[in-house]
Design a protein around this ligand. Structure first.
Ligand SMILES: Cc1cc2nc3c(=O)[nH]c(=O)nc-3n(C[C@H](O)[C@H](O)[C@H](O)COP(=O)(O)OP(=O)(O)OC[C@H]3O[C@@H](n4cnc5c(N)ncnc54)[C@H](O)[C@@H]3O)c2cc1C
Length: 427
């Protein structure tokens, strides 16, 4: 336990992805680093990540990866992703003895398929560089104390530190230890905080026909989220899954932050599913017309199976046909012009009503957090608070599924670690 009279060089709160990474870089750069972790082990979220396989980063280059964070996020992450591109994250893990493999959808996993290897490597690297990690020692209060930072812990201890790194993560998956402690500290320091909402989280729909499609996954679709006026809030071309509560899978989850914020006013949100995004309406119409000439005049569902995405599950086809006001057993040569038009519209944009998200307990990340305008994007130093750094998910960054959250956590942690190490060299 730190004594209030002693002053610690660098104190990092949170031994998660960003905290461990930052501790390693700062300690390797000559700083005396202590990490305080609230729960009894490091990297609990790393262990839970990627279905316990941990998708550590992306195969995308730094520019393409940055673009996935929206205009503000991209601008903010430009320096960080250039400084630590996804390929360097991979190289760093390989150097720590964790070989990696590429997977579909631009993902990168440890070759062992075991998130524990990632967590162990992060912890070993931080400890190996000289950082000390105290488990079961959560911070409960953070305040300025003259030239230093004062941190009080749940066990009644307190620390004074010249530099303080907040790496306590967001509010999602609270059972892992991340209960959103950082937001109150930031607000108490009168810093701007964008309201946190659950993100990368499955969506709920009240429509029973959606629940009837439970278990069906469509790999090649595009989901676009529309508000009541039909304005498209965002679109994602990623797999889509139907569940007993609504929609899951990468595309709906990537769009979920808009739903959590009540995008476009909240009421009347719907996800339009384009089942054939690589074919335009005209190409679909032509394919339907030419299938009408096939011998035996196949049922529509079978005719659609001849298209590049392969067969459409019966229950899903019935839902599409219902939206087009057609019978599921209609044959291709039984379609008139109006029917063909309605079917093409339903295949290019089946409207699925969306009512909310399944909430914090199942959200992979938090959207919202420390307003990026408060932070220097080259060092993660908080502009109005000398000696304070914020890294990882506590920042108002929001990227899609695919290793992007870890990439942002590591890149922001790297900058803070380097800034801290650089301060030693300048002394
Ligand atoms: C189920 C699931 C799967 C995921 N899969 C992926 C994936 O495959 N790829 C990907 O890129 N991202 C994934 N994520 C997101 C990713 O885990 C996070 O974005 C990332 O861990 C954020 O890093 P961080 O260091 O900012 O926060 P965290 O890793 O959450 O670390 C924060 C740490 O701070 C500790 N802490 C909290 N409060 C205090 C306190 N008061 N005092 C001291 N310590 C405190 C916490 O216990 C925790 O150890 C997933 C998330 C979940 C929940």
């Amino acid at each position: 336990m730190g004594a209030e009279t002693d002053i610690q060089d660098v104190l990092v709160l949170g031994a998660g992805a960003a905290g461990l990474w930052c501790a390693e870089v700062a300690a390797r750069g000559g700083r005396d680093v202590v990490v305080l972790e609230k729960v009894s082990r490091t990297g609990t979220k790393v262990l839970a990540s990627g279905g316990t396989r941990c998708n550590i980063t992306t195969t995308l280059g730094p520019t393409e990866a940055g673009r996935l964070f929206g205009t503000k996020g991209e601008r903010f992450l430009r320096a960080g992703f250039r400084n630590l591109p996804p390929a360097d994250v991979r190289a760093r893990f390989e150097a720590w003895g964790v070989p990696t493999d590429e997977a579909p959808l631009e993902k990168v996993f440890p070759s062992s398929g075991n998130a524990k290897d990632v967590r162990d490597a992060l912890e070993a690297a931080a400890r190996g560089a000289g950082a000390r990690i105290q488990l079961d020692d959560g911070a409960v209060a953070v305040q300025r104390d003259g030239d230093a930072w004062l941190v009080r812990t749940a066990g009644g201890g307190s620390w004074r530190a010249r530099a303080l790194v907040l790496a306590v993560g967001g509010k999602s998956y609270p059972k892992t230890g991340t209960t959103g402690d950082g937001y109150a500290w930031l607000r108490d320091l009168e810093l701007g905080v964008v309201d946190p909402v659950p993100a990368l989280v499955p969506l709920t729909s009240g429509a029973s026909w959606v629940h009837d499609l439970t278990g069906i996954a469509w790999q090649e679709g595009e989901a676009r989220l529309e508000d009541a006026s039909g304005r498209v809030l965002e679109r994602r071309r990623r797999p889509i899954m139907f569940t007993h509560r609504g929609l899951s899978g990468p595309a709906p989850m990537d769009l979920s932050h808009h739903v959590a914020r009540g995008g476009g006013g909240g009421e009347g949100l719907r996800l339009r599913v384009d089942f054939f995004p690589s074919m335009d309406r005209e190409a679909l119409r032509t394919a339907l017309v030419s299938s009408a000439g096939l011998p035996g005049a196949p049922r529509l569902q079978r005719a659609l199976g001849a298209l590049e995405t392969g067969p459409m599950p019966r229950r899903l086809f019935d839902a599409v046909a219902m939206a087009a006001e057609l019978r599921g057993d209609v044959a291709v040569n039984g379609l008139d012009r109006r029917g063909r038009h309605a079917l093409v519209e339903a295949m290019k944009g089946l409207p699925v009503p969306v009512h909310g998200t399944v909430g914090w307990d199942h959200a992979e990340v938090t959207a919202g957090g420390l307003d990026l305008r408060e932070v220097n994007p080259r060092s993660m130093a908080v502009n109005r608070c000398p000696g304070l750094f914020v890294v990882g998910e506590l920042l108002d960054l929001n990227g899609p599924i695919g290793g992007l959250s870890f990439q942002a956590a590591f890149a922001t942690a790297q900058l803070a670690g380097e800034a801290l190490a650089g301060a030693v060299q300048e002394k």
